[in-house]
Design a protein around this ligand. Structure first.
Ligand code: ADP
Length: 486
């Protein structure tokens, strides 16, 4: 296990190229969810700090947006190199402040680096178009320009990569940024911004404000200098931001909650399906918006599948994320643990059978953290909270089915539409399911579909707009039509 760290970062806002503290002098303690130990104290601000950061971003915008794409690209490449070479350090910070196993945290950091590299490249490919005119004395030109100052709000579950996925395309497009990271994970954002400073980005291009969510959020919404809100988090807050953005018709990109179905057909490779489910359900302790929330297994293979799953769960190593053996870390805080335990209890009260796990882990060292046993519940019905509300924890609720059309209907019967998973060896069925599922991301025989270059975004109440690949650039660009009279 790596040594525990304790940092005091009172000057933790990065505004206009300077490290400063909150104007009101507030501070926030950051706690390791594996041990309850404090890992740092940071400045904690409010709307006033956000206003200063927005002003800096506004001042920096003309210079940054007028640089050639090639010049902006150089800074992003530099940042890519820095993030990659600081992989282990960043991973240690992520793990210490939100509990993620180190192996996963390292993967996250490499994912973030990959985003900086991808958008260093994509910056150079913001193409326009000429369109044939219907009259001889006019020419139509279509070009793309950066939307302006971006307010980015990110969650704690991927404290480095969620930031990268927003600021990399924003900066590549020529936007300037004010980032508000989640309260639980400011240290990862601070370290990333130190690397941004080291990469030499001009002052004001990227600003960091750690502060009270409602106050900072309100300033980002109310201040007309912000032209775009890019958010990842709960559907509840996403809706609030969308409502607030209406006042100035700000552009919004929203990556919100999900309730992913995972469907195992009778012809599936059950070992591959168990491995895919483990990946999609237990990575980050089940705290991902694309995590499986409902498992549907064909009745004829349900027993065999659950036996294999129980075998896998019984081998899963739960523990402090900083330990090398850990596969499943703690939940992020008491509130998250309480919700998971409430869902388990509710399922049991309504007839669900806990066939593995089901309890808080509280013995010995576990007692200091927010640990829940990896859990499998069978006999789940759609009346149970777990069958329609996002659990965000290491619990698999299992249902059975016999008919393809019926399972598609059940899978789509939710206001969410982020990710869905299907395991089958029937090629025709692969295509039928890929087309019939009302989800933005469908993993066919793939429990871990996200990649930098692919579009990532939800349908229905799971979001608006896309991150990833060339699609991710669109969120930060406006389209301009210029008509030349001759
Ligand atoms: P979670 O429940 O997973 O923490 P949230 O949607 O509450 O999800 O949080 C995601 C991000 O949104 C965090 O950075 C959080 O501080 C921020 N946030 C929460 N409430 C608001 C709000 N009213 N306005 C702006 N940002 C908010």
């Amino acid at each position: 296990m790596e040594k525990s760290m304790q940092t005091v970062e009172v000057k933790s806002m990065f505004i206009n190229g300077e490290w400063t503290q909150s104007q009101g002098g507030g501070t926030l303690r950051v706690v390791n969810p594996a041990t309850g130990e404090e890992v740092g104290t940071v400045s904690y601000g409010d709307g006033k700090d956000a206003r200063a950061a927005i002003e800096a971003a506004h001042q920096a915008f003309p210079g940054w947006s007028r640089l050639t794409a090639r010049e902006r690209s150089k800074y992003l490449y530099q940042l890519y190199e820095l993030v990659r070479s600081h992989r282990d350090e960043l991973a240690g910070i992520i793990s210490a402040e939100m509990g993620k196993p180190l192996r996963e945290a390292k993967g996250e950091v490499l994912g973030a680096a990959d985003n900086f590299m991808w958008y260093a490249e994509e910056a150079k490919r913001v193409y326009g178009e000429t369109v044939p005119s219907s009259v001889p004395n006019k020419r139509i030109m279509v070009s793309r320009q950066p939307v302006g100052v971006v307010g980015a709000i990110t969650p704690w579950n991927f404290p480095v990569n969620m930031v990268a996925r927003k600021i990399a395309p924003a900066l590549a497009a020529g936007c300037t940024v004010v980032l508000k990271p989640a309260e639980s994970t400011p240290l990862s954002a601070i370290r990333l911004f130190e690397l941004i400073a080291q990469a030499g980005f001009p002052a004001g291009v990227a600003n960091l404000v750690i502060g009270q969510p409602e106050a900072v959020g309100q300033e980002l919404l109310d201040n007309p200098k912000v032209r775009k809100i890019a958010f990842t988090g709960s559907t509840r807050v996403g809706k609030l931001l969308m409502e607030g953005a209406a006042k100035h018709v700000k552009r919004v990109s929203l990556e919100l909650g999900g309730h992913a179905p995972f469907i195992v057909f009778e012809d599936a490779d059950l070992d591959a399906a168990v491995a895919g489910l483990f990946e999609s359900k237990f990575r980050n302790s089940g705290q991902m918006c694309i995590c499986t929330n409902r498992l549907y297994v064909h009745e004829s293979v349900a027993e065999a599948f659950s036996a294999k799953l129980v075998e896998r769960l019984s081998k899963a190593k739960v523990g402090d994320g900083r330990s090398k053996e850990t596969e499943i870390g703690p939940l992020v805080n008491q509130r998250a643990l309480d919700k998971v335990l409430r869902h388990i209890q509710d399922a049991q009260d309504k007839g669900g059978q806990v066939v593995f796990g089901g309890k808080r882990l509280a013995e010995g060292e576990y007692g200091k953290g927010f640990y829940c046993e990896p859990t499998l519940i069978t006999d789940v019905t759609k009346e149970m909270e777990i069958a329609f509300e996002e659990t965000f924890g290491p619990v698999v609720p299992m249902m059975t089915f016999t008919d393809e059309a019926a399972v598609i209907e059940m899978a789509n019967d939710t206001p969410y539409g982020l990710a869905a998973y299907v395991y089958t060896r029937d090629n025709s069925r692969c295509f039928r399911l890929a087309e019939a599922l009302d989800y933005g991301i469908v993993g066919i025989n793939d429990g871990s579909p996200a990649q930098t270059q692919a579009p990532f975004g939800g349908w229905k109440e799971s979001g608006l707009g896309l991150e990833g690949g060339r699609y991710g650039m669109d969120a930060f660009l406006e389209t301009k039509f210029v008509s030349f009279g001759m």
